[in-house]
Design a protein around this ligand. Structure first.
Ligand SMILES: [Zn+2]
Ligand SMILES: [Zn+2]
Length: 626
């Protein structure tokens, strides 16, 4: 057992070397955390004199950046430089910029201080790749924790986190590098890697929390309650432990980036990929134009098909992204436009070809596809739209020799399914990987040179104030899978709106442009980060009850919060599992007293629940809904 190597952080021969950019980023983060020793600081200030790479951390560069962001006042920049240290730091590094190596150095340092480290990832799928890398550095000191483990496995992890607590008094031995631990059980964990449920392990001695891909919506736990964002909960957990939090992302969440720009968080940026790998070339396939010229082959533009062909000829791998699973999102009668709907929910049923079923993605209801229209009896029923299953099938027609696999919720239900698909792809047993947003997230594959986005418009047109930000994040993230050391990656985005501002931002890799535009919209329309949102959902099996109770509660709320109350309004899908839903949205100024708002809302809800008419109405609260 090589506990000693954690103590050898200073011995550069025993740990891999960071490049200059990474070293600078590491120095900056350590500085924010107050983890530097004096001699380090001296050598760093010498080094800073001859820096010539693209990093925004000197004062002049920050001033320069200031020109693009009118919201930042000169004073807040001075403040940002002087208000070091920070509890939370945002590391904004483009895809493949070598963030993991920086994490490793910080983890080593925290462990050397006798502390525990929590490394959060948004998806279980991601833990597979990361864990293999981290085991090379930390061996048995790494524990993995997520919800796909069975109870026994979870108990074991729980115990191994607890053991550290029991032996806390011996923590000093890590610093001295002595071998006194050799007779102790060797399984207790210094580093826990996990999805959001790993937040609730019995830590006693946390020193560092890393939230990787901090923008990811999978960090939000919604159903069942408690409703929380694991990123925000992690920051609070770290705060309780007087630990530091590092947020990492190539496409930070708007609120997080804003907090960094405002100086609430420390901020450090990497604008280039590791090892001189170029950012991918992003090309647009104009689907409208191709359709007009009758060049589309089903859902594929000539540009996309040609690029896939070329990649396959070069024995390179391809990732294709389509944000719908199943075969076709809906069926429709060609005569009368009748659409089969779920019997329990107000939503159309998705056709799944492999199982020959129509399925509801909200409640799981499944039925056989109808042979004729239920409204007019016509047998001409066509499929509308396309999901990953259809893409997979059509690819096998266009590329009969290619090995094609699909990664979405339907193919990853079993415990090791993710792992197997990722392993197969890494081993070169798959040529084309088709998937939902699962394929966009942080996976690194050495031989992927081409990425295709089948339908950018469905994301951009989604009715939500975050849809532009999300679209940018998804497209930038999936693009990040393309490219390798000696070959620039290629990304093809299929869209009806080539001039869309978000598409242009993605092409130019211009996060700042997206951020600035979105921020100004959020300000104009009172959305986060300027306002906090609280969504109150009323649920009942009778629509009249939902309507009446929602109106009553909204009126009560308006007496206190006036125009900060929006709705009540039916959500996109208003009936789920035979229960009607209606939303009231509260928009509260960022600087308002949270405690006061909480008290008023709570009092109103108590009053609401005691009104006999509405006792049977279920009320759900979601603070900071996503
Ligand atoms: Zn019909
Ligand atoms: Zn349903």
């Amino acid at each position: 057992r090589e506990v000693g190597r954690f103590a050898n952080f200073d011995n550069e021969n025993k740990v891999s070397q960071l490049n200059e950019v990474q070293q600078h980023v590491l120095d900056t983060i350590q500085n924010y955390f107050g983890w530097n020793r004096k001699e380090d600081q001296e050598s760093r200030s010498k080094k800073q004199d001859d820096e010539n790479y693209e990093l925004r951390s000197t004062k002049d560069e920050i001033k320069n950046e200031n020109k693009h962001i009118p919201e930042i006042e000169e004073s807040s920049i001075n403040n940002r430089l002087s208000s070091i240290p920070k509890e939370v730091v945002l590391l904004h590094g483009v895809t493949s910029s070598g963030k993991t190596e920086i994490y490793v150095k910080l983890i080593e340092q925290a462990i050397a201080q006798g502390k525990q480290v929590l490394y959060l990832l948004p998806e279980i799928a991601l833990t597979t790749q990361i864990i293999n890398r981290l085991r090379k550095y930390f061996g048995d000191a790494v524990g993995v924790y997520h919800s796909k483990f069975n109870e026994n496995e979870r108990v074991e992890v729980w115990r191994n986190v607890l053991q550290v607590q029991n032996r806390k008094s011996e923590a000093g031995s890590f610093n001295s590098g002595s071998a006194t631990n050799n007779n102790q059980p060797t399984t207790n964990y210094k580093l826990i890697v996990g999805a959001r449920s790993a937040l609730f392990l019995p830590y006693s001695n946390l020193g560092l929390v890393i939230v990787d891909e901090e923008h990811d919506t999978s960090y939000k736990q919604y159903d069942p309650a408690p409703r929380y964002n694991a990123r925000d909960a992690a920051i609070y957990l770290a705060h309780i432990h007087k630990a530091k939090t590092l947020l990492g992302s190539a496409t930070p969440c708007l609120e997080t980036y804003y907090n960094a720009q405002e100086g609430k968080y420390g901020f450090v940026e990497i604008n280039q990929r590791f090892g001189g790998v170029q950012m991918p070339e992003i090309l647009i396939a104009d689907v409208k134009e191709a359709t007009r010229k009758k060049l589309m082959k089903s859902h594929f533009s000539p540009l996309l098909l040609d690029t896939v062909t070329l990649a396959l000829e070069q024995k390179e791998q391809v990732v294709l992204f389509q944000n719908r699973r199943g075969f076709a999102p809906q069926l429709e009668c060609n005569m009368c436009a009748w659409v089969p709907h779920c019997t329990n929910c107000d939503v159309s049923l998705t056709f799944h070809k492999a199982s020959n079923q129509l399925r509801c993605h909200y409640c799981g209801y499944a039925t056989k596809p109808p042979s004729k229209c239920a409204a007019c009896g016509d047998t001409d029923i066509k499929m509308k739209g396309f999901g990953t299953e259809k893409i997979e099938e059509e690819l096998s027609i266009f590329f009969p020799k290619a090995k094609i696999a699909r990664m979405d919720l339907d193919t990853t239900r079993s415990k090791f399914a993710h792992q197997h698909i990722i392993q197969d792809f890494e081993d070169g047993n798959i040529d084309i990987l088709v998937g939902t947003q699962m394929v966009t997230k942080g996976l690194d594959f050495d031989n992927v040179t081409m990425v295709g986005v089948l339908n950018a418009d469905s994301m951009l047109n989604f009715p939500d104030f975050r849809s532009f930000e999300r679209s940018y994040q998804l497209m930038a993230q999936v693009s990040g899978r393309a490219g390798r050391k000696n070959k620039r990656g290629k990304v093809i985005i299929q869209t009806q709106n080539p001039d869309h501002v978000i598409i242009q931002d993605v092409i130019e890799n211009n996060f700042l442009s997206m951020y600035t535009q979105q921020l100004s919209d959020r300000k104009d329309f009172n959305y986060p980060p300027y306002y906090r949102l609280i969504e109150i959902t009323l649920i009942h099996k009778e629509i009249e009850m939902v309507n009446a109770s929602a109106k009553y509660l909204a009126d009560e709320l308006k007496r206190h919060f006036q125009k900060r109350v929006l709705g009540p309004e039916f959500p996109l899908v208003s009936r789920i599992r035979n229960l009607y839903h209606k939303n009231i949205l509260l928009k509260i100024e960022r600087d308002a007293s949270v405690a006061q708002v909480k008290k008023i809302v709570n009092d109103l809800l108590v009053q609401f629940k005691t009104k006999s008419d509405y006792k049977s109405v279920r009320v759900q609260m979601d603070v900071d809904p996503m």
